[in-house]
Write a protein that binds this ligand. Structure first.
Ligand SMILES: NC(=O)c1ccc[n+]([C@@H]2O[C@H](COP(=O)([O-])OP(=O)(O)OC[C@H]3O[C@@H](n4cnc5c(N)ncnc54)[C@H](O)[C@@H]3O)[C@@H](O)[C@H]2O)c1
Length: 259
């Protein structure tokens, strides 16, 4: 087991990449605090975790936009286990559309979840990482942080922010032996991407399958990733196998950004 008895805190665990990561980490022996603001699907993730890992898994409903809830999540891990070995800042949202008609409420949501949520999650955990003198923090950026995507200006800007935040935090925490890295998935088959494709298909008067094909063709491998393929990258960054990596971004994008 690659994470035996490691204390892991993971946001956005109710779906997609977060759920796949929670399930993989459970199999690898981690002791986990899993959070999300979607209680029903968070419960479903808990059910899907292998039975022998349930005892070492806690779930907690947390909206990463709310500092008091994020603080409680971190406190839960510290009070119960005394440390956090790995923090995975995964909760995120996507909203697509042309900038001139982009609803302010959607832009606020993107900023509040993707940027502020990332900051709040790190903010309350960092003092413990500094005190411990070791650990790994992993954020979720995106190919959208590296390249432009049609109708994604607002989303792209938030993911570029995550990339910048991650790099700078890596510098701040290097003296404390804490590594901070990001993962940049390409098109990954999750409810987020499915909703993104459905919205674009509607806006452009195309069939879902047509827009899906466009996304598939962005990567040189011609297909979407499974959430499990992203989870394995997160696992690598969580273990000492990546001990010489900090401030780095792991692109798991099927070759999208190599074009
Ligand atoms: N799917 C992709 O193609 C793709 C590509 C690049 C990056 N990403 C990033 O990967 C991460 C996971 O995405 P996914 O595809 O698994 O999406 P998803 O929608 O399947 O899962 C995201 C989870 O975040 C949770 N969440 C949303 N707002 C929240 C909030 N305010 N507080 C707490 N939880 C909240 C959702 O409830 C959901 O369970 C995101 O940060 C996303 O931006 C995804």
């Amino acid at each position: 087991m690659r994470l035996k008895d490691k204390i892991v805190v993971l946001t956005g665990a109710a779906s997609g990449i977060g759920r796949a990561t929670a399930r993989l980490f459970a199999k690898e022996g981690a002791i986990q605090v899993l959070s999300d603001n979607d209680e029903e699907n968070l419960n479903e993730t808990y059910k899907l975790i292998n039975n022998d890992a349930k005892e070492r898994t806690k779930i907690t409903v947390v909206d990463v936009r709310k500092q008091n809830e994020v603080k409680s999540m971190i406190n839960l891990a510290i009070e119960k286990y005394g440390r956090i070995d790995v923090l995975i800042v995964n909760a995120g949202v996507v909203r697509v559309g042309d900038v001139e008609t982009f609803p302010d409420s959607d832009y606020d949501l993107l900023i509040d979840v993707n940027i502020k949520g990332t900051h709040y999650t790190c903010k309350y955990a960092v003092p413990y990482f500094k005190k411990q003198g070791y650990g790994s923090i992993i954020t979720l950026a995106s190919v959208a942080a590296h390249i432009g995507q049609t109708a994604h200006a607002n989303y792209c800007s938030t993911k570029a922010a995550v990339l910048g935040y991650t790099r700078a935090l890596a510098l701040d925490l290097a003296p404390y032996n804490v590594r901070v890295n990001s993962v940049s998935p390409g098109a990954t088959d999750t409810p987020m991407l499915q909703s993104d494709v459905a919205k674009q298909a509607k806006d452009r008067g195309l069939m879902y399958e047509e827009v899906k094909r466009e996304f598939e063709e962005e990567g040189v491998m011609g297909r979407w990733a499974t959430p499990e393929e992203i989870a394995t990258g997160i696992l690598f960054l969580a273990t000492e196998e990546s001990s010489y990596m900090t401030g780095a971004d792991l692109r798991l994008d099927g070759g999208w950004t190599t074009r």
